[in-house]
Design a protein around this ligand. Structure first.
Ligand code: GCB
Length: 653
């Protein structure tokens, strides 16, 4: 997130670009909301696009495509934003493209944004997978490493000069290459046998099981703040007897003279507490707590924290207003329980992916709302953002619906010793800083996951995870931290540092396939081994079976709907033996079928979804629905409530 030496850096090469950038996190990353003092201008829509197919992928830099309109550099395509670029065209070379792609869009700014020197104009990119360089009117403005988190730059000095009207040409070059020190890691393999491969032929290798979609996959926008502005807000909450406590800390960018007022409004827009100054505690007698979906008769209660800054500037006083949704809740972990608001919480949910036909990992409101309707139908109360941070709008929906989130960073596929180097660790810590900075205020986020299935049995993984987890806890002492393991309980070097054991297993799928009768025994052993070693609560963070919708076999055979159902049933029997003891959750793999790399093991992607990629239910979805609603009925709080609102209002019951 600095202006960077794009030219010099680009000279390093098209692919081997994973040099660690010593970027300092410059301030906050509040979600850009409109307010009386802030405006937004969406840049979503059609952008000009060009993939650099030159042999070294560096023609764009050599010819400086950012200096003039992209169409003058050669043929361009229309590219929708947000979307992955891979599945949009008909050219197979674009689908598998590795290297630099170029996006460009022109925009005319409102006069008041460019004439009023009390206005600050910010360009914000929701995500660009995986390395991005941004130019505004040909001026090198911003660089960012890492594909699933936002970055932004104050571009006021570029737009508040010269004659009206102000046209901006925004050019973004994005490189999707994954190297040993990126997250996720990957490696470029050059194929040198000239009897088999053309000169210079290379492939991108990865060790994770989803397609490496790329491009501008989330919203791009411009927004304004006053020049003196609220830069960041951090909220933590607590409960004292029947009062809710909201601790706030506000960082502002302005001179030393300023006034800061804070008001907490309830869902009826009534002020329930007020404060002044950059930090403090608001007390809300009789507070409505934020409860997970189906756990309480009034789930997902949100207050609004309205922060108002007033400051004098050389061109007159300015005031900035930012309103943050706040859910009052507590999270705690004991030896055998996961507590929300002091009550035992059982995760009955799914793992997801950001994935759909055509748009790939591109953010899409219809898809998002459909997914939430399916989660509510299913009676799911939680998901893990496997295996990378999801769009901010997803977390906002979770806050509003009471869907609990295990928020995972993109550390998936750390399977080689070199993935635990100091360079990787520093980058990993920086990604955690960016993730916590972005998501810290979401009540739905109850735990950070710093990785999925790393080679945590390696000696170097012990120190690595100790450092990354300690760092994450220092960034956010209010939430537990985990990583998801598939290592043997006796060999795992990272497990001593986690608060909750999250374990993946695929009995009767990858092991002893076809032998459903072994699941209960093997699952029981797995749980007992982990628990007796660590005395920490356990979540079955993945289990599942590949199933092709419409394939039927009875007695059940692998890949049929009956086999998926039977496998889940066996897991459920095993889970029920430990549920209420120390197993605190189950997250099926996966919510929906999703795209992967091509391989003989994957038929048009991973088919372990309980819904198809088009979100149609397989037989297992109905089984899971019955189970989740049953568990919800058993664990609802307060117990005396006969039926929750959600149950009564559900059109499906
Ligand atoms: C896993 C991984 C997940 C895969 C899944 C599978 O353990 O965490 O990314 O997609 O198994 O289906 O193989």
């Amino acid at each position: 997130m600095v202006r960077g030496p794009a030219g010099a850096w680009a000279a390093l090469g098209p692919l081997l670009w994973g040099c660690a950038l010593a970027l300092a996190l410059p301030g906050g990353m509040l979600y850009p909301r409109e307010s009386p003092s802030r405006e937004r201008k969406s840049l979503d829509g059609l952008w000009s696009f060009r993939a650099d197919f030159s042999d070294n992928r560096r023609r764009g830099f050599e010819e400086q495509w950012y200096r003039r309109p992209l169409r003058e550099s050669g043929p361009t395509l229309d590219m929708p934003v947000p979307s992955s670029f891979n599945d949009i065209g008909q050219d197979w070379r674009l689908r598998h493209f590795v290297g630099w792609v170029w996006y460009e869009r022109e925009v005319t700014l409102p006069e008041r944004w460019t004439q009023d020197l009390r206005t600050r104009v910010v360009l914000r990119i929701g995500s660009a997978h995986s390395y991005a360089i941004v130019w505004v009117n040909g001026v090198d403005t911003l660089e960012h490493e890492g594909g699933y988190l936002p970055f932004e730059a104050d571009i006021s000095s570029l737009v508040q000069v010269g004659p009206l009207p102000v046209h901006l040409r925004i050019t973004i070059a994005i490189n999707n290459t994954l190297t040993p020190s990126t997250l996720p890691p990957g490696a470029i393999r050059y194929m040198t046998d000239t009897s088999k491969y053309p000169k210079g032929y290379f492939v991108q290798n990865t060790d994770f099981d989803f397609f490496n979609y790329a491009g501008l996959q989330r919203a791009v926008l411009l927004y304004t703040t006053p020049t003196s502005y609220i830069d960041d807000i951090t909220v933590t909450t607590g409960v004292q007897q029947d009062s809710g406590l909201v601790n706030y800390q506000v960082s502002v960018k302005c001179g030393s003279q300023f006034k800061l007022e804070v008001r907490l409004l309830n869902a009826e827009n009534k002020v329930v507490a007020e404060g002044t100054g950059t930090q403090g505690q608001l007390k809300v007698p009789g507070a409505n707590l934020w409860w997970p979906y189906l756990m309480h008769e009034r789930p997902a209660y949100l207050y609004s924290l309205e922060v108002r800054l007033t400051a004098p500037t050389s061109v007159g006083p300015v005031s900035d207003v930012y309103t943050l949704p706040v859910g009052i809740r507590t999270v705690a972990v004991t030896e055998s329980q996961f507590l929300i608001n002091g009550k035992p919480f059982y995760f009955h949910g799914v793992n997801k992916h950001e994935d759909a036909d055509i748009r790939g990992k591109g953010f899409d409101w219809p898809l998002l709302v459909k997914d939430f309707n399916l989660l509510l139908w299913l009676g799911a109360n939680a998901f893990r953002t496997s295996h990378y941070p999801y769009a901010e709008e997803v977390l906002q929906m979770c806050d509003r619906y009471g869907i609990v989130v295990i928020d995972e960073c993109p550390a998936v596929g750390l399977v080689l010793p070199q993935h635990f180097s100091n360079t990787s660790m520093n980058h990993h810590m920086r990604v955690m800083e960016e993730l916590v900075r972005r998501d810290k205020n979401h009540p739905a986020v109850v735990m950070w996951s710093v990785a999925n299935e790393p080679a945590s049995y390696l000696e170097s993984a012990g120190y690595y995870f100790k450092m990354v987890i300690t760092h994450t806890k220092a960034l956010d002492p209010s939430r537990p931290v985990t990583f998801v393991t598939n290592a043997n309980y006796a060999a795992d070097k990272g497990a001593p540092y986690v608060d909750v054991i999250c374990v993946n297993s695929y009995y009767s799928w990858y092991h002893d396939y076809g032998h459903l009768e072994l699941i209960q025994l093997q699952l029981g052993t797995q749980f007992e081994n982990w628990y007796k070693t660590y005395h920490k609560p356990i979540i079955q963070s993945e289990y599942g079976a590949e199933t092709i919708i419409g394939f039927h076999q009875d007695p059940p055979l692998m890949f049929s709907e009956e086999y998926q159902r039977a496998l889940l049933e066996q897991y459920h029997l095993g889970l029920d033996q430990k549920r209420g003891k120390y197993v605190v959750g189950e997250l099926v793999w996966n919510f929906a079928d999703f795209m992967t790399n091509q391989s003989p093991q994957r038929m048009l992607g991973n088919k372990k979804g309980i819904f198809t990629r088009q979100r149609q239910p397989k037989t297992a979805a109905f089984l899971l629905r019955e189970r989740y609603w049953k568990i919800a009925n058993e664990t609802r709080y307060p117990r005396s409530a006969a039926k929750s609102q959600c149950l009564e209002n559900s059109p499906f019951t």
